[in-house]
Design a protein around this ligand. Structure first.
Ligand code: GUN
Length: 294
């Protein structure tokens, strides 16, 4: 049996279309379009590509994009001053500081300074705290986990009572994902490099979120038949036939996993397109919050 392929490109386009329509409506009714400030420090090639892609998507959806590119040697004070300036700027609804920051900068201190109502990444400790707590809701949910939830929802996956296993405990994906799945009434297990018997956990999983960044580490024989697999990994795998000498693969071996899983996201074309789409949705929400305060 071959799994249903969860098409992130199609679902991301649906999200972008929802945002595009809502932005056009906001423009018409309020004469106002959402604005996103992106802050990139240094020259990390992957980060530069991501930020460019975020800016391009803004333009496609009618969202104003304000780009700030600071040199790698920017000081903590300079970066925090920029965040303060963006907090005070009414033209800016969302602030995105691209991570990782260069090593000499204190990421926690910077994220702490972002106005809660402009925290479109959902990384502010108050937003994360609310996500963790019962009966509380954050203003914004981190984009990649929010994208994974939307993929599960669009696929019609039942989360209530499901055994969900998350591979990886990063602040950006694993941790918020665990909190979201728990809020959706799944029974959540977080597995990581010190987990004693990964195989035993995987064999029980009705839903697997793989977010460790290790090339094809999960193979079909490790999975429970019918499991829904969301593969967040984006890894380079050597491939002499590819133009760049490598191709992108996930944390899950797609070919063997699709023979066992009930549904699975491909890499590329699964979770990847969802992250930016959800960022656009969060930016729209930030503008709605700003308008509601006027
Ligand atoms: N680096 C990798 N993913 C993300 C993300 O979702 N937001 C930010 N700001 N940086 C990232």
């Amino acid at each position: 049996m071959s799994a249903t392929i969860i098409d992130g490109k199609v679902i991301a386009e649906k999200v972008r279309e929802e945002v595009r329509l809502a932005v056009a409506n906001m423009q018409q009714v309020h004469g106002y379009a959402p604005g996103l400030a992106t802050v990139l420090v240094g020259e990390d090639p992957a980060s530069s590509t991501y930020v460019r892609s975020k800016q391009r998507t803004c333009e496609q959806l009618g969202i104003r994009s304000l780009g700030y590119h600071l040199p790698a040697e920017t000081t903590q004070k300079e970066l925090e001053n920029l965040v303060a300036e963006l907090n005070a700027n009414p033209e800016v609804n969302g602030i995105l500081v691209q991570l990782p920051l260069p090593k000499h900068l204190d990421e926690e201190a910077v994220l702490n300074k972002i106005d809660l109502a402009k925290d479109v990444d959902g990384f502010h400790p108050v937003n994360i705290g609310r996500l963790a707590m019962k009966g509380r809701d954050p203003l914004f949910i981190p984009c990649t986990p929010a994208g994974c939830m939307r993929l599960l929802e669009e696929t019609g996956v039942t989360l209530k009572g499901a055994d969900a296993v998350i591979l990886g405990r990063s602040n950006i994906v694993g941790l918020p994902m665990a909190m979201l799945l728990q809020k959706a009434d799944a029974t959540v297990t977080i597995c990581h490099s010190r987990t004693k018997d990964l195989q035993a956990h995987l064999k029980r999983a009705d839903v697997l979120i793989a977010a460790v960044g290790r090339t094809e580490m999960v193979t079909g024989d490790m999975l429970k038949p019918g499991v829904v697999v969301i593969d967040v990994g984006i890894n380079q795998k050597e491939d002499p036939t590819a133009k760049r000498g490598y191709r992108l693969v996930g944390d899950v071996d797609f070919e063997s996993a699709k023979e066992v899983a009930g549904a699975i996201t491909p890499v590329p074309g699964g979770v990847g397109p969802m992250t930016i789409a959800m960022l656009m949705a969060n930016t729209l929400r930030a503008a709605e919050i700003a308008l509601s305060k006027k």
